[in-house]
Ligand binder design. Structure first.
Ligand SMILES: [Zn+2]
Length: 606
């Protein structure tokens, strides 16, 4: 079931994986790019900018930002953009390429803590599912909410028994396991430090990461508060406070803890970055057409069951900037659903604020306000998917919501009111990235405010991206390494043995190593080559060298490279001459040495 997370991924596999992966596709799925000559360019996803200085090179299989200096291979991009650890980024690319990641020495190596946590959370998921299968009350609850078995399975729903130690007894088979269970967020602590099950008598919603692994749970209280006495008390913890509880529902019961309880933040779970249901959405769609953001677990599940398999939920938090980024990375049309009441409108405004800085051209944020007293779950159950689609079709576009809310208590018939609107709107519109949408929003503000704001209001003065010039030729070795990193196949232009390997100069050993590496694997791209050095201290320096481009193209670079190697060989010869002459001066040169020196001096000019 679980991938062996420990163990080393062989370098050869990384080479093969990167050879079968096109970095342009990987980045193109996440960032809107334009063709620029041989390369692709985009506004950098790693820093805020208005003019594109982010470049992706299909030849080098390498990206680089001239603004903030971000750079790397397809693996590095996923690590930075999707916030994946190295093995997860490799797994993600392997999945795309239809390859299976081999792990070397997986059994011998000490297992990583993270993989133990995943395993334990998986075991907890299974445990809760078993309890659901055995509990009539819990299954009745889901049935009363209209859920069928298929959707219970798809969301891996479960049930936590009304007991203090059911999960603990089942999974904490040793002291280390108990500590791990605690670290996974599945236990609470009593006043005297005793540990007991965090989730009791709750239907359980596993929260999955982007690879379908359980990283946390949400639990909804099942029994009415007065029936709670049946659970009994543990001596040390008569009334657990559940102080770290997260109530996702303002109508929370006043019984044992909040109506909804989430796992606390753990090494694997950061609620501001996760979306409930996203894994199921990705499973249901090769290309996600739109996303529907709702508030509750049951909303997501009911929508999926009704065939609206694009629903996700934030986990009891307002939509964060991280959420907005994650949402738009999946698709360009995002619907946010809210109650029609005052709290709903406030939540919508917070969502609007979080998406504004991410409204690049082509992206669309729409806001749905449901009729009074309805939530997505109730609406789809009474009116079906067609009824819900109607709500989506009547959604309010971002522009309308923004100007509508700002103008709410403003008299637009008065000059004062118009000025106030402009004053409120301007700082918000300034956050929109450069593009047609930003221009249109400012046009609309001019129309409503009856003022000319001037062309390109607030735009930063346009600064041409600083192309890093070719580094000054500090040394021939550096020049040769630079060329080789930018165009690895140059290694094939010179045949071993390489006389210069004996040259005592900084960087020679690295140059030789690079040459040998590329000759052994001639298909290596720049990105794949650099991946070999990702964990080494030379890594960052090599990446910087890789970012530039040799002016004059491939053939000019070849000539320059061969010339540099030729000069290095002459320097090596001179080094030997100096050595032999020093020995000769000291009277320590034998006949063979004298012979060698004569030959070297004779060929020096060549
Ligand atoms: Zn950047």
């Amino acid at each position: 079931m679980l991938e062996p997370m420990s163990g080393r991924i062989p370098a050869r596999f990384i080479d093969e994986l990167l050879a079968r992966t096109d970095i342009v596709d990987v980045i193109g799925e996440r960032v809107q790019m334009k063709k620029a000559g041989r390369d692709w360019s985009a506004c950098c996803p790693f820093h805020d900018e208005r003019t594109p200085s982010f470049t992706v090179s299909p030849n080098k299989q390498f990206y680089h930002c001239f603004g903030c200096g971000a750079h790397g291979s397809a693996i590095g991009f996923l690590m930075n953009y999707d916030r994946l650890e190295f093995p997860d980024a490799v797994e993600e690319l392997a999945k795309r390429a239809g390859m299976k990641v081999p792990y070397e020495g997986a059994r011998a190596a000490p297992r990583e803590d993270a993989s133990d946590l995943y395993e334990l959370l998986e075991a907890a998921t299974t445990h809760y599912r078993r309890q659901l299968a055995a509990s009539d009350a819990a299954r009745d609850y889901f049935r009363s909410r209209g859920l069928d078995d298929a959707v219970l399975d798809r969301f891996r729903l479960g049930y936590a028994l009304p007991a203090w130690d059911a999960l603990k007894n089942a999974l904490a088979t040793s002291a280390p396991r108990l500590a791990l269970l605690d670290k996974a967020g599945l236990l609470s602590s009593g006043e005297r430090g005793s540990k007991y099950d965090r989730f009791r008598d709750r239907v359980m919603f596993p929260i999955l990461d982007r690879r379908g692994r359980t990283i946390a749970f949400g639990g909804r209280i099942l029994t009415a508060p007065k029936a709670k006495a049946a659970i009994g008390a543990v001596p040390d913890a008569p009334a657990p406070a559940d102080g770290d509880a997260t109530a996702t529902d303002p109508r929370a019961g006043k019984g044992d803890g909040p109506k909804y309880l989430n796992s606390p933040e753990t090494p694997l779970f950061h609620k501001g970055r996760e979306l409930f249901g996203l894994w199921q959405v990705r499973e249901a769609h090769a290309k996600i057409p739109r996303l529907i953001v709702v508030e509750g677990y049951m909303d997501v599940i009911s929508l999926h069951q009704a065939g609206l398999t694009q629903a996700v939920a934030t986990l009891g938090t307002a939509t964060t900037g991280d959420h907005a980024e994650l949402l738009f990375r999946q698709c360009s049309d995002v619907y946010f659903c809210f109650d029609g009441d005052r709290a709903g409108r406030q939540a919508a405004w917070r969502a609007l604020e979080s998406v504004l800085p991410r409204m690049r051209d082509g992206r669309q944020a729409l806001f749905v306000f449901l009729p009074d007293g309805e939530d997505p779950d109730s609406l789809v159950r009474t009116q079906g998917s067609a009824g819900f689609e109607q709500q989506l079709a009547a959604a309010t576009p971002l522009s309308q919501l923004l100007f509508g809310e700002l103008a709410r208590d403003v008299n637009l018939a008065s000059l004062d009111g118009k000025a106030r609107l402009v004053e409120r709107a301007r700082p918000l519109l300034m956050q929109i990235p450069d593009g047609a949408f930003r221009d249109l929003m400012f046009d609309e503000l001019e129309r409503l405010g009856g003022v000319r704001l001037g062309s390109a209001p607030g735009s930063a003065p346009r600064v041409a991206p600083m192309r890093t010039a070719r580094p000054p030729q500090r040394s021939l070795v550096r020049a040769a390494i630079t060329l080789l990193v930018q165009q690895p196949q140059l290694a094939l232009a010179i045949e071993p043995p390489w006389a210069f390997a004996g040259l005592r100069q900084a960087g020679v050993a690295l140059l030789v190593e690079l040459l040998e590496l590329v000759r052994a694997r001639p298909e290596l791209s720049t990105g794949a080559l650099l991946e070999h050095y990702a964990q080494r201290e030379e890594g960052p320096a090599l990446q910087k060298l890789a970012a530039g481009d040799f002016p004059g193209g491939v053939e000019a670079a070849r000539i320059e490279f061969i010339d540099a190697i030729g000069q290095l060989e002459r320097q090596t010869r001179q080094q030997r001459i100096d050595e032999l002459q020093a020995s000769h001066g000291a009277g320590a040169l034998d006949d063979a040495g004298k012979q060698e020196l004569r030959q070297l001096l004779a060929t020096r000019g060549s």
